[in-house]
Design a binder for this molecule. Structure first.
Ligand code: GDP
Length: 194
């Protein structure tokens, strides 16, 4: 995918702060620290339009990035960090669900899962919720550069068994080596019918 332009638009918490529903959108979900900012940077061929961080839980806003004046990549707040109250969790859920369920320009969701670890119960719940709500879902297994080829195959098998998906369904990805970048774009084009 040739990137002619890519820019950060805004960060929102409430629906009235979202940008206008002008372009097709794809949203990115996953545990905090799984690599959502990194995949957005990789897809957009930019080092830092989306701010990456070593600290889990920093992104508690919905961040909108526009690519080629035609598509919005949307980074949703990550789940799964331990030290939050029930109240904060409920606030997170409400923020995510109201975006996902009400955004009319949303064409699909990319769920990121860290290939180094077995999907967590929250990963499983999120995947099940997306399917239940009939979202087209692209599953991306991240940080594959941190594993040997053997481990990639072994963990992929476990990931697919846990989520009940075929072995060729997840896209193996690395923001470091860029492996999987073109496949993700191809699948996104499929979702967007671009
Ligand atoms: P987010 O919280 O989901 O937005 O995660 P970030 O994109 O900020 O990434 C969290 C940390 O993981 C950062 O230190 C990134 O550099 C690192 N990271 C993200 N993706 C990859 C990857 O594919 N490979 C490696 N080795 N590190 C990654």
């Amino acid at each position: 995918m040739k990137i002619k332009s890519a820019e950060y638009i805004l960060s929102a918490v409430k629906p009235h702060q979202y940008p206008p529903e002008e372009f097709c959108e794809v949203a990115f979900v996953g545990r905090s620290n799984v690599g959502k900012s990194s995949i957005i940077n990789t897809l957009a061929n930019r080092k830092n339009i989306a701010r990456t961080s070593g600290k889990p839980g920093k992104t508690q806003t919905i961040n909108f990035y526009e690519v080629n004046n035609s598509l919005m990549l949307v980074d949703l707040p990550g789940y799964g960090f331990a030290k939050v109250s029930k109240q904060q969790k409920a606030g997170w859920k409400k923020m995510i669900e109201s975006y996902l369920l009400k955004r009319t320009t949303l064409k699909g969701v990319v769920q990121l899962i860290d290939l180094r670890h077995k999907p967590t119960s929250e990963d499983q719940d999120m995947f099940a919720w997306l399917l239940e709500n009939k979202f087209p879902v692209l599953l991306v297994a991240t940080k594959s550069d941190k594993l040997s080829n053997n481990q990639v195959q072994k963990n992929l098998k476990e990931l697919c068994n846990t989520l009940g998906v075929p072995k060729d369904y997840p896209i193996i990805f690395s923001a470091l080596t860029k492996v999987g970048r073109e496949e993700v774009w191809e699948s996104l084009h499929g979702l967007l019918e671009m």
